[in-house]
Design a protein around this ligand. Sequence first.
Ligand code: HEC
Length: 112
Amino acid sequence: MNAKNLSLPALLAGSVIMSGAFAADIDAKAAEALMKRSNCNKCHAIEGKKDGPPYKETAAKLKGKPDAEKQLLVHLTTNPKIKVDGKEELHDNLKTKNEAEILNVVRWILAR
Ligand code: HEC
């Protein structure tokens, strides 16, 4: 998957426009299905640390931050370098190029 094909500015603009959205706008089933398909569960759980931090910890860390959505959109679309067991690797992107689906997952994580 090539993150360069994604229009990040459009993604972020959309997130600003929609940032007044209510939690009810999150499609939890779609978010969970996409994360499952993208193997996120291998390294993350809602609670409890695996190789990556639990979603609750990330949500708590970013709570109230105006750029929380932007930070996670970037994290999940640009393959940032991470360390797993002390070894450097590239963080996986979500297995979609659909911007609305990515934003839905970001909001799901932030609502944990
Ligand atoms: C090989 C293990 C692994 C996989 C697979 C993985 N992650 Fe991660 N993830 C990590 C690690 C390790 C970190 C911590 C990176 C750091 O703090 O530098 C992380 C960090 C995160 C964060 C926190 C980012 C932040 O800014 O604090 C989120 C959210 C996240 N991952 C979501 C996902 C999603 C969604 C997927 C599926 C596309 C996924 N991860 C797949 C290991 C993984």
